[in-house]
Design a protein around this ligand. Structure first.
Ligand SMILES: [Mg+2]
Length: 250
């Protein structure tokens, strides 16, 4: 079973809080996107005889379109790639899962502060979940290769729980009575606005977004309604931020 064994609701005393920690842009530097997508652009570019930049534009456009419509296949990169290839009149037979599984991921994809911080959080008695909108079939090999999986009770993904972070069903199976749930991440819409609406505490990692993929820019969600409980610049500030949140609750 992908989602771990049922959590013992009577065991709330064991932990200080439940931390839902985002992956891309929070703990790691977009390993899937940076490894697999250049391969996709290159292959399609060659087959269709159009510039790499144009292919990238078409893929981003297709993803953004799905994001705006909040479609369930908005992070299904195989489907996005196939759709764009079909539109260009070419056949796409590669599996992105296979590409990521066969890739040698550099340790550099993990932000240097990530592992020491996760270790510290576990020592302090927090229950950690990896909470990503990326699909399990893409993120699980990434976490295994980068040796990050061991820190988490489970990896929560849309294709395993049937919900993205904009739905309460994403978090609900993992909540425990008496334990404060906190979402930590870099995307304002998915890591702050929605979790706040569902009653979670939030820590926003506010750092400059350099990528062409920026959900916060594309999304039509009104972000003025919710504010993060704490804002930090880097994951290493997380333990202190969580302590502050918990202290304020007492
Ligand atoms: Mg993120």
């Amino acid at each position: 079973m992908l989602i771990n064994e049922n959590i013992d609701q009577g065991n709330a005393n064991k932990y200080k809080a439940i931390l839902f920690i985002d992956l891309d842009g929070t703990l790691v530097d977009f390993p899937f996107r940076k490894t697999v997508m250049p391969f996709v652009y290159e292959k399609i570019s060659k087959k269709a005889g159009i510039p790499v930049k144009k292919v990238r534009h078409l893929i981003v456009e297709e993803e953004n379109k799905r994001e705006i419509l909040i479609r369930n296949d908005r992070y299904d990169w195989d489907d996005i790639t196939r759709t764009v290839a079909r539109r260009l009149g070419i056949e796409w037979t590669h599996s992105l899962v296979k590409i990521i599984e066969e890739s040698n991921l550099s340790k550099e994809f993990v932000y240097p502060e990530s592992k020491p911080t996760l270790e510290q959080l576990i020592r302090k008695g927090y229950l950690l979940y990896a909470a990503t909108n990326g699909f399990y079939r893409y993120q699980n090999p990434v976490l295994e290769k980068l040796k990050l999986k061991q820190y988490f009770k489970a990896i929560i993904t849309p294709d395993t729980v049937g919900h993205y972070k904009n739905e309460i069903g994403y978090f609900k199976p993992f909540l425990i009575d008496g334990l404060t749930p906190v979402m930590i991440g870099d995307e304002y819409v998915y890591d702050v606005v929605y979790p706040k609406r569902f009653g979670l505490k939030t820590v926003w990692i506010n750092k400059p977004k350099k990528s062409i993929w920026n959900v916060d820019e594309v999304s039509k969600v009104d972000i003025s309604t919710e504010k993060p409980d704490m804002t930090i610049r880097s994951i290493e500030e997380l333990p202190k931020a969580i302590e502050t949140i918990i202290r304020l609750l007492q």
